[in-house]
Design a binder for this molecule. Structure first.
Ligand code: PMT
Length: 401
């Protein structure tokens, strides 16, 4: 996701500095080129060599470090970067920057750069609550600097409360948000994910192998790109994306009701959920015993998406087609029958595509029948290309109206 991005990672002197190593690894895993800048006190917690070895780049510790170019070190790095993240950010660094002090490489860099700066604070609970720190943060926020909320928990100093460095996953999410285009701003999107479960008796159900990964990735990427997202999720083991409004449901009927309760304000619906087409005609209140002959009577669930197609209005409707054969023909039939703007077809019997796995292989089919083929990608990348396509279609629609 961060291929080709230049990220500056500022590390300051707190015990959480060791977590910056994990952050660095994640950044590199996602393809970023990372330059680490350490303050003097940070070097008491982690050796620069650790960051240098992992990043493959010289770690900057001195204000008068020169780079191979003729430009002064901090200007050269500041010019090249896409983003500067300071993790952990101590009360001291926040105070210095808020008050215009630039007496080491990191503080000088913050003054010199025009790219987004993200602070991930970590400090003792009382320090975090101190009016001085909070005033400095408000001042920096008002100038356009970005802040993460520290987490609550047991701190290295023995106290419990707010002040722990935010989780690396959350820092990564904020970094990706700052580096994403804001091209879905103004869109209010309902995204469904996961399977539905239709109970047979208290211990058995009809369901499918959807994990929710495709829908959850779509929700996270759409939020990064500025959309107001509500995730409507069937039963899934995935953690709820931090701060993302999520409504849980179990059955197809519940999913349908929740969608309709939230439909009024929605400008778009993306149905990635694998909705059960049938449910048992009757649910046994007791566990059905093994003995005897059994026959399961089924009745159809509503086709939620087809129902939305009938009351579509100006909403943009995206469906998925999970197929095992005749992918394009079946997807085309669904786009027309359900009155969709776009359908994402995946052959769920192909290795590396469809249910459960971390990757998918998709074809996007437009209303006019045009087919766009994509290679195997992570579900996060698939979410990006689907949303690229949505943005392009929305722009085209806007021009045509
Ligand atoms: O969750 P993962 O493990 O990441 O797997 C992702 C996925 C394979 C579930 C996803 O990529 C996918 O294909 N989702 C759609 C699954 C599906 O139900 O496809 P379908 O072809 O049966 O249905 C077509 C469309 O109608 C879908 O958008 C579906 O949400 C919707 N539908 C289906 C049945 C029904 N009763 N009501 C519906 O609204």
């Amino acid at each position: 996701m961060l291929q080709g991005k230049e990220v500056l990672l500022g590390v300051t002197g707190g015990i959480a500095a060791y977590k910056s190593v994990l952050l660095l690894r994640e950044l590199i895993k996602e393809g970023a080129n990372v330059h680490v800048i350490m303050t003097k006190s940070a070097q008491n917690f982690v050796a620069p060599l650790t960051f240098q070895t992992l990043s493959g780049n010289q770690v900057t510790t001195e204000i008068f470090t020169l780079f191979s170019s003729s430009k002064i070190g901090h200007i050269s790095l500041a010019d090249r970067a896409d983003l500067l993240v300071i993790a952990p950010a101590t009360a001291n660094i926040i105070g210095k920057i808020a008050n215009g002090i630039a007496d080491d490489f990191l503080t000088t860099m913050v003054m010199a750069t025009r790219v987004p700066v993200l602070f991930a604070p970590a400090m003792n609970t009382n320090m975090w609550a101190s009016p001085v720190v909070q005033a400095n943060i408000s001042r920096l926020k008002s100038m356009g600097y970005n802040f993460m909320e520290p987490a609550e928990g047991e701190l290295a100093c023995g106290t419990t409360g707010r002040g722990k460095l935010a989780d690396v996953d959350e820092i990564m999410e904020d970094i990706k948000t700052l580096l994403s285009p804001n091209d879905l701003a103004g869109e209010k999107i309902l995204i469904t994910a996961g399977p539905t479960e239709e109970a047979i008796d208290p211990v058995r159900c009809i369901t499918n192998r959807s994990s929710g990964k495709m829908g959850y990735n779509l929700a996270m990427v759409a939020r990064r790109r500025g959309a107001e997202v509500t995730l409507i999720s069937g039963p899934s083991c995935l953690p709820v994306p931090c701060g993302l409004p999520t409504i849980h449901c179990t059955t197809a009927l519940e999913m349908e009701r929740i969608i309709h309760e939230n439909l009024d304000n929605a400008t778009m619906v993306i149905m990635a959920a694998a909705v059960a087409d049938f449910r048992p005609a009757e649910k046994s209140e007791k566990k059905i015993k093994r003995l005897g002959d059994h026959c399961l009577d089924l009745e159809p669930n509503p086709d939620i998406l087809a129902g939305l197609g009938k009351i579509k209005g100006k909403r943009f409707l995206v469906g998925f087609a999970a197929e095992t054969n005749d992918l394009v023909a079946n997807a085309r039939e669904k786009i027309n029958r359900k009155n969709l703007d776009m359908i994402v077809a995946n052959n769920v019997s192909t290795c590396g595509a469809g249910f459960c796995c971390d990757t998918n292989i998709i074809k996007i089919i437009d209303r006019d029948g045009t087919i766009y083929d994509f290679p195997q990608m992570s579900k996060e990348q698939v979410a990006e290309v689907i949303l690229d396509h949505v943005v392009a279609s929305r722009k085209k629609d806007g021009k045509e109206q």
